[in-house]
Ligand binder design. Structure first.
Ligand code: UDP
Length: 491
């Protein structure tokens, strides 16, 4: 009989980390002798418990997962009460306060480590100090980035070799330059415009908090036990090898973790705020691959001008659509006049939160306009749905390159400039219309669809018994058991 392995998961307090880490906890808890504790704050606990309920094969799995909460220090960090998620922070000017509050979680987390005495801590990369916390309790810490490995490698090559700062290579913000040293048959280009401002800025003062955190994350990646990645080896193989052999990181690829929710639609549907029955009925009435799904994740906002361009582009495309808009206001000045009346039966607007995995998995869905958040990207890959890429911030411009240039399962809408949370509003309705029609109906659509379909099959095989992700998880659990045996405990 194997010794019990108790793993404590500590996700960053955004949906892009909480959802995949809850799925990951479920995957671990389905293995014999493994139990999981997920640590979060009170207002984020419902997201985690909903995700857990949707995953796992049986009640036994759920019994092996518990949620523990710690208080989020809003007042201490100068935030209004209730700002426990970046999504709930009233203005982007307060994001530094939010990040400050997350650093104050170290004490409460260590208190929980003392009470729970787990065998391992898997914590989001945004908590670089978690490696020190784990070391205090003599347990391994594993890093979770929330992104794929292509973007990790590309960002690291840019950080190390700084091509964007070499004037003989790049003379303007819009001039493409090749990402140096990145493996692969194709050269991948970027522009300074598409890089995050904390990477390209020379102004240490202005960007100090973000650049400090990036440095600390890189250090903790090297000093921790390893990195767990929500991806599958076959998807990003050459980059996974490069990350290991050249960049010297130890990583396990155990995704797509959302496939642990692969079973019953009714469970997946619980994630949505809309009456899922109505949505499903509408999708059921549409022809296969005829609906384009438009959603920009849990944090991105657009100006009213940009929303209007999206609406006009959707209408002009002639396609059926589901469009998720993160606004619940009833005054819809951002919609073109008469839009909802004209689109009746042809399109659905979901205000707020949509059951995304359920929608992407439906056979009526044939395309996805996405901000290229990693979870959304991987969920589309898992469902075999081609994408229109509309990156906004974070590492999304790298994910766009993976989708369009490497995997060739999508087309760019044409965003040029990295922005924070509120997207650039430069995309015209005709660019939206053109890109949608390229993946939905034009000549190339068939080849995008075929490639996407094949990748989805590989993804599904990866998580099945003896598939690559399944085997990586087995190997990781074995290594953790070995590392936590008394004779081999960390010094
Ligand atoms: N999501 C969802 N419904 C929504 C918006 C987002 O279920 O209306 C989920 C989506 O399926 C994904 C996560 O929220 O699992 C968003 O993560 P991603 O990395 O794509 O983007 P982020 O929100 O972190 O920018």
């Amino acid at each position: 009989m194997d010794q019990e392995l108790h793993i404590l998961f500590f996700p960053f307090l955004g949906h892009g980390h909480m959802i995949p880490m809850s799925d990951m906890a479920t995957l671990f808890a389905t293995r014999r002798g493994v139990r999981a504790t997920i640590v979060t704050t009170p207002l984020n606990a419902p997201t985690i418990s909903r995700t857990i309920q949707e995953g796992g094969e049986d009640e036994g799995t759920h019994a092996n997962i518990q949620i523990r909460t710690i208080k989020f220090p809003c007042a201490e960090a100068g935030l209004p009460e209730g700002c426990e998620n970046p999504d709930l922070v009233p203005s982007s000017a307060m994001i530094p306060n939010f990040l400050k509050a997350t650093t104050m979680l170290q004490g409460p987390l260590e208190h929980l480590l003392l009470q729970e005495h787990p065998d391992c801590l898997i914590a989001s990369a945004f908590f670089p100090w978690a490696t020190d916390s784990a070391a205090k309790f003599n347990i391994p810490r594993i890093v979770f980035h929330g992104t794929g490995v292509f973007s990790l490698c590309a960002a690291e090559c840019i950080r190390l070799y700084e091509p964007h700062k070499k004037e003989n290579i790049v003379s303007s913000d819009s001039e493409p330059f090749v990402i140096p040293h990145l493996p692969g048959a194709k050269e991948i280009t970027m522009t300074r415009n598409a890089l995050p401002d904390y990477v390209k800025s020379d102004d240490e003062e202005a960007e100090s908090s973000r650049s400090r955190i990036v440095k600390a994350i890189k250090e903790s990646e090297v000093t921790s036990f390893g990195v767990v990645v929500n991806s599958f080896y076959e998807l990003e193989q050459i980059y996974a090898d490069y990350y290991d052999e050249v960049q010297g990181r130890k990583a396990w690829y155990i995704g797509p973790v959302s496939l642990c929710r692969g079973g019953e639609d009714k469970h997946k549907a619980k994630r949505g705020s809309m009456k899922e029955g109505v949505l499903l009925k509408w999708l059921d009435s549409q022809k296969p691959k005829s609906v384009v799904y438009v959603c920009f994740g849990s944090m991105t906002n657009f100006s009213e001008t940009q929303l209007k361009e999206i609406a006009t582009g959707l209408e002009a495309s002639g396609q059926q659509f589901i469009w998720v808009v993160r606004r619940t206001d009833q005054v819809q000045e951002w919609l073109p006049e008469g839009f909802e009346r004209r689109m009746e039966g042809r399109g659905v607007i979901i205000r707020g939160w949509a059951p995304q995995v359920l929608i992407l998995d439906h056979e009526a869905v044939g395309g996805f306009v996405t901000h290229c958040g990693w979870n959304s990207t991987l969920e589309a890959v898992s469902a075999g749905v081609p994408m229109v890429t509309w990156p906004v911030s974070a590492e999304q411009f790298y994910n766009e390159k993976l989708v369009t240039d490497i995997l060739e399962i999508g087309v760019p809408v044409g965003v040029k400039k990295w922005a924070r949370v509120v997207g650039d509003d430069s995309i015209t309705s005709s660019a939206v219309e053109r890109a949608i029609n390229r993946i939905m109906v034009q000549e190339e659509a068939e080849s995008f669809r075929n490639r996407a379909h094949k990748l989805a099959q590989v993804a599904r095989t990866a998580v099945q018994d003896n598939g690559s992700s399944h085997s990586h998880l087995t190997a990781l659990i074995q290594q953790l058991r070995f590392a936590t045996m008394p004779a081999f405990a960390l010094p």
